[in-house]
Structures are given as structure tokens and as C-alpha cells.
Design a protein around this ligand. Sequence first.
Ligand code: ARG
Length: 506
Amino acid sequence: MILGPTPSDFEDQQPSLEPTFTCMSHNQFDKKSNAWSALFSEPTSELVKRYTASVRFDRRLALADITASLAHAEMLKHQGIISADDLMAIERGMKEIRTEIESGTFDWKLDLEDVHLNIEARLTQLVGDAGKRLHTGRSRNDQVATDLRLWLRDEIDLIVGLLAQLQKALLGVAGDNADVIMPGFTHLQVAQPVSFGHHLLAYVEMFARDAERMAEVRRRTNRLPLGAAALAGTSYRLDRERVARTLGMVDEHGQAQVCQNSLDAVSDRDFAIEFAAACALCMVHVSRLSEELVLWMNQNFGFVRMADRFTTGSSIMPQKKNPDVPELARGKTGRVVGHLMGLLVLMKGQPLAYNKDNQEDKEPLFDTVDTLKDTLRIFCELVAGEVHAETGKKDVGLSVDEAAMERAAARGYATATDLADYLVKKGLAFRDAHEAVAHAVKAAMARQVDLAELALTELQGFHPSIGEDVYEALSLRGSLNARDILGGTAPSQVRAQIARHIKRLG
Ligand code: ARG
């Protein structure tokens, strides 16, 4: 994962400040002292600069910062606070800056602390006084909160797209395997036969809820802090709703969404925390699937094979193919859960309003997004395979060994409940039926045979109402077909669910 340059990337960089910053009385950044303003009697220590600077990682917010600044400037002009010429100059400068950033030629300076001051300083260098007017009615406190929300909103949209893709990938494999029988487990012991398609649909449900959670978080993220200024609001007649509309911070009815309390707007990061919580939960779901894949690939199961490009070999054991990808996804879940904890604790002791602590929200958030997106991308491909655009050739994803699954389902008396249900249908109370079947299982176990391998006369020894039709009830297929209830594992139900999901996902 790349979070931008490391501190050592800045080691050679001398504070190369431009002529416009040399006048101490008029500029924040003085060439000789590097002090903030005339108020400071000595420059910030180099160590403190390095400790407090965030540009190494928050430059990732650069495009959101420019977008928000342009919306702010347009509103300032509309309100008559800056001139049309100033706005044009700001737009021209920002265009240039954007090009520089995108082409990698922008000269990021550690001395300018963060992404906001770097961009503003460059703007002033490019367009002069208009650049100095951009910060009217604004503080870095409401600026950074706005940037983070804008950036996160776009990332949420990408994640929702990936979640839809993963659900579709799972639906494809579920559709091919609606009739495939595998042992369903409780306590990791064989419990009842289930359709492999049904098993995969459980994950589709989980990822569908993850997407719902993301949409909820997006709604609360997509609100505008700008106008809160440092903490108390501003005396300029800003039009906050105009800025919100420009930035697409509107609800489903097109109503501008603006943070309603300036102290809250600049200080809380609950949108980031609930996003991290949604990501942690999503990773937990991926992790559960990973654990199953690892288990299913074990030679004692042999239920699935993963394409070789998702596995690795061993440097010593020539026979090995290790499921590194699901193992790592399971491992990376730990770090995403850790980021959620980090963000919660970061917020815990903070008095109102903005505190520098909040600068520490970015790295965990960035890493959460990177980890989740990469994990979802790789799982889409791992499950569904990949079609090459140029050749149309398809690389396989997951391949299923139906026979191995069915063999495993046939072990472990998976249809014992079906025999009990059969007896209930013949008039027994369920508890009595349960007891009779326990005796039958005990007898079958002693002889190391399946219930269906007992002769009719033997079975009748456990209850006289048992007839020839018992063998249908005891068959895996019969057991599966019998669970023809909404949400059940009968293949007809599985197919109905797949159709519902496909329609829902569009
Ligand atoms: N880099 C800061 C952050 O990430 C920006 C806001 C700084 N505000 C301040 N008053 N120092 O939170």
C-alpha cells in the first residue's frame, strides 16, 4: 500500500519559498524564520515541523481540496465578496495546479505543512492577490472536514460498485451450483445437506447489507461543513447552501445538506468512524468467506480449487499450493478492525471544537479504503474469474468438486433430522421421533453404515410406522428438496433467490 512519499522523501527539500512569501509582516510563511506570523519569535523546530506536517499523506485529498475551494470561490463571487476577476484568476490557477498534481510535477513542501497550505501558497504564487482572498470566510478546520467528506463520498461510491460486482460474481457461481449438495455445518460438524448455491447466497445477503450500510453512511457523509470557519461560523454573508449544491451535497429531493452547528461541523468525525465500522464489518464478512475457502481447499475437504494465480507454492515442499489470498484477506481484517478502534479512541477525549488530534484520522481512513477496495477487487476475480477484453479468453475463478461435496454430505448422518420429520408426519410427537432416530443413528454408527444403508426391517425395528418411502426422505436430494420454504435450501428456492438478487442489482 502506498500512502505517498515517506518522510525521507522530504529530507533533501530545503524550504524553497517564493518571493511572494518574503515579506514577514504580510505573509504567514517567512523565508528567514519559517515562523507563522510576526507573532512568533523563533521558527518552528525542524523536528516539530516533521511531527506536525501532514502533507506526506493528506496530499491525497488534493483534488477534493481544489473542488471545494472552487465552490467556495464561486460563492464568494456570487455574494460580492470577491470580484469576477478574482474568481477567474483563482479558477485559472487551480486548473494549472490540478495539472501539476496530476502530472506529478507539483512541488509539495513539508514547510507548508499540509495539502491546504501547499495548494493555497501555489495559487498565490501563480495568480497573486486573488489567491490570498480565497481563504476569506474559511478556516482550515472547515476546509479539511469538507475535503475529507468529499473524498470519502467518492470512495464510498466505488466501494458500493465493487460490492455489487462481488455479489454478481457470487450469484454466477451460485446459479451454476444450485443443485450441488454439500454438507451444511453447525459447530463445524455435519448438520444437514444444503445446496452449495444456497451457501454462497448467504454471502450475497451479507454483502448486500454491507452495501446498504455504505449508502446510509454516504447520506450522513454528504453534508457541508464549509461556513463553520474555525469553530463559530463567520461574519461574512456566505451562502452555504449554494456551496453545498455546487458540491452535490444534496439529499434525494435535491435539498442542500449543510452541517447545522459550526462546532460540530469542524470537530466531529463520526462519519469517518461509521464508515470504518461498515468497512470492518464488510471485511469480517470477507474473512468468514476466506476461512471457508481455506477449509474447502484443504485436502480433507477438497470442495473447491482456486485458480493458480491466487495461490503460492512453498520454497521447501514441492507439492504445496497455498491459499495466500484468502489467508491474507483474513489477516487484513485485523488491521481494518484496528483502524476502527484507532478512530474511536482518537475522538474519545476531544473537547469541542477542532483539535489537531483530528489530523490523525487520515492514515487509518486511507488504509481502510485501500485495503477494502483491493480485497473486494481480488475476490470478484477469485470467485468469478476474469474475461480478457482483447482475447475474450476467460480465466477461471473458483472450480467446484461436486462429487467431493456430495461424498462429504453423505457422511455424518446429515439426513437424521429428515428421518425424525418423516416419523412426525406418520403421527409421532417430535421428541419421540428424535429419540427413535437417535437409536437408529447409534446402530448405524456401530456398523459404520449410513442410515439409508439399513434394511427396511431394521429401520422398522426403531419404529413400526416406517415404510418403503423412508428412503426418499433419507436421500440427500430428498432432504434438500424438502426444504422448499422461503429462505430454505431447496434448489427451487435458491433459483428464486438468485432471480430476486439479479433483479435487485440490475
Ligand atoms: N492538517 C490539518 C488536519 O488534517 C488541517 C486543519 C488544521 N487546522 C489547524 N487549526 N491547525 O486536520
